[in-house]
Design a protein around this ligand. Structure first.
Ligand SMILES: *[C@@H]1O[C@H](CO)[C@@H](O)[C@H](O)[C@H]1NC(C)=O
Length: 235
């Protein structure tokens, strides 16, 4: 009996994996930023090369199914000329919002993003250039807004001694997303306090219009009552 359950579970996971890995028809896209200081210094150490910037930087851009499951690991049908993809203009565009905070070469990081996630969005973005241009476009639409609502306004101030409620953080993000539902995660400190970690914006499959993030995604939202947006400090 036990064995049966286990093998059934295994089979259903295999099927899911199969669907996710092979279908390129994405239902939505997600644009996910990380709060750089949490990523560098409040989570599992990743070895950041310098004091992180006082801002969100891109964590990833990918396609999902209607339930928010990420499509990844598709095969690239073509060999890419990466020197042409990452020309000077593209590098300077991407560096603005998608820097490598670790010692990893940013071009390697972007290549990895295309190979892991971009290749599964190929029904929408035919080439790495289209994929990265769309990411850059999304950042130009919301990056500054995000920065001004969270950082530069009298709203939320990154500071280790200030705490914000879940609702305050959510409302602040929703001003950026045209009031569509977003998700954000935290790195827990204890049962009452946590550091803000990532924020996920959900879009139509062409990554042009905001949509509400699926419940399965918003269900994972950080819900502690005291959220800290930590401020980077020089060593
Ligand atoms: C939880 O962490 C916060 C921030 O570090 C701290 O101020 C608070 O006292 C902690 N609460 C408990 C119950 O340990």
């Amino acid at each position: 009996m036990k064995m049966n359950n286990v093998s059934l579970l295994f089979l259903s996971h295999l099927t899911l994996f199969f669907i996710c890995a092979c279908s390129q028809n994405i239902a939505q896209t997600q644009f996910v930023y990380k709060w750089s200081e949490t990523y560098c210094n409040k989570d599992t150490p990743v070895g950041c090369k310098q004091t992180p910037p006082l801002k969100f930087t891109l964590n990833g851009f990918w396609g999902t199914d209607p339930n928010g499951n990420i499509h990844q690991g598709c095969r690239d049908p073509e060999t890419r000329d990466w020197n042409r993809v990452f020309d000077t203009a593209m590098v300077s565009k991407l560096t603005l919002f998608w820097p490598s905070l670790t010692r990893q070469d940013p071009k390697d990081m972007w290549k990895e993003a295309w190979n892991t996630y971009g290749t599964c969005t190929i029904s929408r973005f035919k080439t790495p250039t289209q994929y990265f241009n769309r990411a850059s476009r999304l950042d130009s639409e919301i990056g500054d807004l995000l920065q001004s609502h969270l950082i530069n306004s009298n709203g939320i101030v990154p500071c280790d001694s200030a705490t914000y409620s879940n609702v305050e953080i959510l409302n602040s993000f929703k001003q950026v997303s045209n009031n569509k539902d977003v998700s954000f995660t935290c790195k827990d400190i204890n049962t009452t306090h946590a550091y803000l970690n990532q924020v996920t914006f959900c879009y139509t499959n062409d990554a042009k219009n905001f949509v509400d993030c699926p419940t399965s995604v918003t269900n994972k939202r950080c819900r502690v009552q005291n959220i800290i947006v930590p401020r980077p400090s020089p060593p």
